[in-house]
Design a binder for this molecule. Structure first.
Ligand code: C5P
Length: 407
């Protein structure tokens, strides 16, 4: 489901070569259901034309503070007040300096000053020397203190041929930051440890035992927790997914490595969410050399050892984190999930049918707690993860010293 349905966004562009990325950003915002009004500074129109944004948005593009098309000639007031957010990408050195000081000498800066409580997000884009200059850094700190959200900048190769920090974030990163901004901050101030993906148990240097988990559900939950304001560490088995924005990932292979990585942190986090499909058995006698087929020994001489149960071990920690686990079953979901909840000593188990969920884009979850079963509708994994965050936040003990961030 698109994430920005019903949202009105003012997309501001200031002068910079990164303006070319903003055409893509506009498309992506619209794909997510946002209604976008584009405002450009004079300098931005030197890099990309108004016609591009007019054609892509199908709406007028605003440059001139005195534009006669806007009712009452109050473009800065009308645009700012009707928006759910103002997103300036690219935000130049000069623009950051001007809004830091409340200057309002063109339409874009005027609407930033006139915006009232409308949130302002800016994606800086400039040469690395300009970004690291003391004045720019001072301005960035002041903007943060004033409640402006900075998206990036990124490190890397720059249009001038130099390398450093100052590149504008890519369109999809900016889009994700905006989507995250709109999510309720239900886990603000909480630290969350999540396991995700399969584990892989070594047989010999070229062979492993693993399972069909794609890691999508655990990664979606990590993203949803980060969007909800949590500080998230993801202990991940081998998957081919990018790490969600703002999440710290620890890559592991085997169940024992996952257990060790989790136990190093478990005592210090507020929540532990076990989503990984952990192998129940490891190979007790992995071979240092590749096992060869032979007529005398047609089957490999494998012996198995049980792996530690990570979730049960964390749940048993005295004063440990609030815990949630998953139950992927192929049959008798309710019986198995409730039995697992009691056996592992956790408050909430999330059940699904493995054959339907593993590797799929969407999922149908059932929550099991001491009140019984609570089914959620079939939906995308990110959507399901956000619902899970809501369910988790309802069950958490209050965090005394945490101020809830604004929605
Ligand atoms: O015991 P079972 O594998 O069915 O339990 C599933 C739940 O327990 C999941 O949350 C999974 O991440 C967790 N688990 C674990 N360590 C294991 C096995 C499962 O943390 N060794």
């Amino acid at each position: 489901m698109p994430d920005l349905i019903g949202k009105r966004i003012v997309l501001g562009l200031t002068g910079g070569i990164a303006c070319y990325k903003s055409a893509e950003l506009l498309r992506r915002l619209q794909d997510e259901g946002a209604k976008v009004d584009v405002v450009m500074t004079e300098a931005a129109t030197r890099f990309i034309t108004e016609a591009t944004f007019q054609a892509l948005s199908g709406r007028p593009v605003w440059v001139d503070a005195w534009d006669a098309r806007m009712a009452n000639r109050m473009a800065h007031i009308n645009l700012a007040r009707s928006a759910d957010a103002i997103l300036v990408a690219p935000a130049s050195t000069d623009f950051l300096a001007r809004i830091t000081h409340g200057l309002a000498d063109d339409l874009l800066t005027a609407l930033c000053v006139a915006r009232g409580a409308v949130p302002l997000l800016v994606a800086p884009a400039m040469n690395h020397e300009m970004w690291t200059h003391a004045a720019t850094q001072r301005n960035a700190r002041q903007l943060l203190a004033d409640g402006v959200q900075l998206i990036g900048p990124a490190e890397g190769e720059q249009a001038c041929g130099e390398t450093g920090s100052g590149r504008m974030m890519e369109a999809d990163q900016i889009l994700r930051a905006l989507i995250a901004f709109f999510q309720p901050k239900r886990l603000a101030g909480r630290t969350v440890l999540i396991t995700a993906g399969p584990t892989s148990e070594t047989i010999d240097p070229v062979r492993v035992l693993t399972n069909r988990s794609s890691g999508r559900m655990g990664y979606a939950l990590a993203r949803a927790c980060a969007e909800a304001g949590a500080c998230v560490t993801l202990v991940s088995g081998p998957v081919s997914l990018p790490c969600p924005d703002g999440v710290t990932r620890i890559a592991v292979d085997s169940a024992r490595q996952m257990h060790a990585a989790v136990m190093r942190q478990a005592a210090t986090v507020d929540l532990f969410l076990a989503v990984a499909a952990v192998a129940d058995w490891g190979v007790a006698n992995p071979s240092a050399q590749k096992l060869k087929k032979s007529a005398q020994a047609p089957l490999p001489p494998l012996q198995f050892v049980p792996n530690p149960d990570i979730l049960a071990d964390v749940a048993a920690l005295p004063g440990g984190p609030w815990c949630m686990g998953f139950a992927a079953e192929t049959e008798h979901l309710h019986e198995h999930a409730q039995a697992k909840r009691l056996r592992k000593g956790v408050e909430l188990i999330v059940g699904n049918l493995a054959q339907e969920a593993m590797g799929a884009e969407d999922t149908e979850l059932v929550l099991f707690d001491d009140q019984g079963a609570h089914p959620l509708p079939r939906q995308g994994k990110l959507q399901a993860a956000r619902e899970l965050v809501l369910e988790i936040s309802r069950r958490l003990p209050p965090a005394p010293s945490v101020a809830t961030a604004p929605l």
